[in-house]
Ligand binder design. Structure first.
Ligand code: NAP
Length: 278
């Protein structure tokens, strides 16, 4: 199905580069992909990635014959970009996939002139190393085939999950969108605690990062619930039990619940601000 599709990226920055790298690894051909970016540096860097990519600085020409348009610009300029593309996109109504954080599909649709098939996605930064987790929402105009196509595209940089109500993307934003930062914070804290117990900085850092990676890999590959894995490494009267008692006493679960609620609330506020017509 994907072999015959023409795909255009508006914005050739970090996320576009990751997605394009993933797509090329997954059998997409460079000539199928067009990238539009005003910065001449960006297309040339993409060009280095694969010399068959089509690169341009003309957004309108870039979308004219596209089957899929990926909006990969910063959220703050998405409205301007959409209004610029509206007339051209209304001709063929290609599938539009937005990866811009926080902007609702209804706002994108209005800026594009209405009745457009739009998939809104919320990827996270590990997409840059092909280990992302992306939430997806399709508006009512998206066909089953387009839904599958969007999923195939985002799966090039990690796992994907669909939500049936767009509001749930705020929860996805709070959990996996902002989530890498929570794990970085835990790594930082473990490193500092290891150092204060006498470990050299680089050793504490390596042990902290590798432990996070190993725990995630074990959870993924065993397929078991994290609660079960935790119980298994917590021997009665042992060291892990002592440490977990301290964490539970500090109400770590409640703290995470409050942190995610605050992030989801912030996502709603930002969507309201960014979705206002200029
Ligand atoms: N990075 C992540 O992990 C991540 C995660 C989730 C969602 N996202 C979303 O992904 C989107 C892209 O993020 P990013 O990290 O890839 O940003 P980025 O590296 O800044 O890429 C955006 C690119 O768009 C270009 N651009 C600016 N104005 C343009 C225009 N009018 N037409 C076409 N291109 C234009 C920028 O060029 P200049 O540099 O010259 O301005 C830049 O090359 C954002 O909306 C962000 O919210 C990113």
């Amino acid at each position: 199905m994907t072999k015959s599709k023409a795909l255009t990226f508006i914005g050739g920055g970090n996320m576009a580069r990751s997605l394009i790298g993933g797509l090329l690894n997954n059998g997409w051909l460079a000539y199928q992909i067009t990238v539009s970016d005003p910065d001449p540096e960006q297309p040339s860097r993409l060009y280095a990635l694969d010399s068959g990519l089509n690169v341009t600085a003309d957004n309108i020409a870039a979308v004219a014959n596209a089957d899929v348009v990926v909006l990969a610009v910063k959220p703050q300029i998405l409205q301007t970009v959409c209004r610029e593309l509206a007339t051209t996109l209304q001709v063929n109504k290609p599938l539009v996939i937005s990866i811009a954080a926080g902007i609702r599909s209804v706002d994108i649709d209005r800026w594009l002139g209405g009745h457009m098939p739009i998939v809104r996605s919320m990827p996270n930064t590990p997409a840059l190393v092909q280990s992302g987790a992306t939430g997806l929402f399709a508006n009512a105009t998206v066909t089953p085939e387009q839904r599958e196509l969007a999923e195939t595209l985002l799966r090039a940089v990690g796992v994907t999950v669909w939500v049936e109500q767009e509001d749930l993307l705020d929860a996805v934003t709070a959990l996996s969108g902002s989530g890498p930062a929570y794990f970085f914070l835990i790594m930082e804290a473990l490193q500092a605690a290891g150092e204060s117990l006498g470990l050299r900085r680089e050793i504490a850092k390596l042990l902290s990062i590798e432990t996070a990676f190993g725990a995630a890999k074990l959870a993924l590959e065993s397929g078991e619930d994290p609660a079960m894995l935790r119980a298994r490494v917590t021997s009665k009267g042992g060291t892990t039990e002592r440490a977990l008692e301290v964490l539970e006493a500090a109400d770590i679960r409640k703290t995470f619940a409050e942190a995610l609620a605050a992030a989801a609330h912030r996502a709603q506020t930002l969507a309201n601000e960014l979705g206002t017509d200029q």
